[in-house]
Write a protein that binds this ligand. Structure first.
Ligand code: BES
Ligand code: MN
Ligand code: MN
Length: 455
């Protein structure tokens, strides 16, 4: 347990912490939209100022993109070191009309805060800052050395954090990297995440005639890029939910029996799934349970299609071009580059005659697997149990956090994925939210983790 003083401070400052989080959430730090570049800078400054006020040594680092915020307490060699990673950037907000409340004007309803970035990831990053604040303000000696590396390009596929990590492994050296950018298992059960999916994000472009044609005048004389694109997409997956890209499953690390049993014990049902998503039925690769597919099977999904006329009424047109964005979520030990290449080759192979097809690879992320039985994992479990008042379960995530694989490779430290969000927090969607109970429990967990990690 953390010192009584620290925990009492946290109890006393619950409302202040929420108000301060609101200030952070008011900054529209959308990293992928350049008209928000000043806002991302302001969000970085917000984080930097908070950490400076806690007497950390802080640097705002420009690696060519949005700034990184690096900070450290005094480093005493006899103490262990925790490195906290997170991101201050957020996703775009459109479609704006589906928000019940403006995305950057946080509102609290029934113990839930609604705003873009509340769960992903400002609210979660903030838990660690406020935990540290309790030690500093109460004058309680920190059980560990603390470092922060908070980035502003996670949602935009930026390179800054990779460059910085590869060039400065000594600066980031630590006994564990702590990442709060994932979810609890459910509202009452914390989870310790031991695997993230990777990603290969592709775009297919199908070009036909030089301009849109009258579909009567020229229909039947040339290949239609829309038809061709549909044909390609129809060959990506079979009827059983398996991806048809050759070699797609070759390197997939299968679940072991202990994992499958663990998943089964969690009791996740298709009814819960339909309830959470509003989908009429569950669907996916035959031979695996829903949770197995969600957490441990690779996927291939169309993310968007643009082609021809999509406006009101009818317009008789044979489109000049069709495009599809496709994401493949990968699992250990699939290599994103290898999968991206196989995908491109396969699409070329199945492309109908009469159109020009190009395939580009937007960005990749490596899948992550961490040891379940390390001492740090034990510390994380103990902290979650005390912070949330419930025993944590082992979970995986279907989402990706691209830098985590690089941390493992460059820093050789264990990574603790302690997530305080919920799958139903609407991250990346309208009405993103974060439960204040989870915010406060997250802060406690972080404060307790500092003690547990020191053991
Ligand atoms: N925090 C998410 C990752 C996440 C999503 C964790 C869902 C748990 C559940 C992160 O900010 C994110 O959105 N990652 C992107 C990565 C992509 C842009 C390379 C993702 O998973 O789509
Ligand atoms: Mn995130
Ligand atoms: Mn995100």
């Amino acid at each position: 347990m953390a010192s009584e003083k620290v925990l009492a401070y946290l109890d006393k400052h619950r409302q202040n912490h929420v108000e301060q989080l609101c200030d952070f959430l008011r900054i529209p730090s959308i990293s992928s939209q350049s008209d928000h570049n000043e806002d991302t800078k302001r969000a970085a400054a917000f984080v930097a100022d908070e950490l400076k006020a806690l007497d950390l040594q802080v640097e705002v680092i420009d690696m060519g993109g949005h700034p990184l915020v690096y900070a450290q307490t005094e480093i005493r060699p006899e103490r262990k070191t925790l490195l906290f990673y997170g991101h201050y950037d957020v996703q775009p907000v459109d479609p704006l009309e589906l928000w019940d409340n403006p995305p950057f004007d946080p509102i609290i309803k029934d113990g839930i805060i609604y705003a873009r970035g509340s769960s992903d990831d400002k609210g979660q990053v903030y838990t660690h800052i406020k935990a540290l604040e309790a030690y500093v303000r109460e004058g309680v000696e920190l059980p560990v050395n603390v470092k922060f590396i908070i980035e502003g390009e996670e949602e935009a596929g930026g390179e800054s954090i990779y460059k910085f990590t590869e060039e400065n492994p000594a600066k980031l050296a630590c006994d564990a990297v702590v990442v709060s950018d994932t979810t609890l298992y459910n509202e009452t059960t914390p989870g310790i995440c031991y695997s993230l999916k990777g990603l290969a994000y592709m775009e297919i472009t199908v070009k036909g005639p030089a301009m849109d044609l009258h579909s009567g005048s020229y229909g039947g004389t040339v290949q239609n890029p829309g038809n061709a694109l549909a044909k390609i997409i129809s060959h990506l997956m079979d009827d059983e939910g398996r991806c048809k890209v050759p070699g797609f499953y070759d390197d997939v690390l299968e679940l072991d029996q202990e994992e499958r049993d663990g998943f089964a014990e969690l009791g996740y049902t298709d009814e819960i799934l339909c309830d959470e998503t509003g989908a009429p039925a569950a669907f996916g690769e035959a031979g695996f349970t829903t949770l197995e597919r969600m957490w441990a099977r690779p996927t291939c999904d169309v993310n968007g299609i643009t082609c021809g006329y999509g406006g009101e009424g009818a317009k008789t047109v044979l489109p000049a071009i069709g495009k599809a964005k496709v994401s493949m979520r990968l699992v250990p030990n699939q290599a994103p580059e290898k999968i991206a290449e196989a995908f491109a080759a396969y699409v070329k192979e199945i492309a109908p005659a009469g159109v020009e097809v190009t395939v580009t690879n937007h960005h990749n992320a490596a899948p992550v697997l961490v040891h379940r039985k390390s001492d740090m994992m034990q510390a994380g479990m103990a902290a979650l149990e005390q912070g949330f008042g419930a025993k944590p379960v082992f979970i995986r995530e279907g989402g990706s956090i691209p830098i985590v694989g690089t941390f493992q490779d460059c820093l050789k430290s264990p990574v603790l994925l302690l997530g305080y969000g919920l799958n139903t927090d609407n991250i990346h969607s309208p009405n993103e939210k974060f439960h204040l109970d989870n915010f406060w429990r997250g802060i406690r967990t972080s404060a307790i983790l500092m003690v547990e990690a020191a053991k």
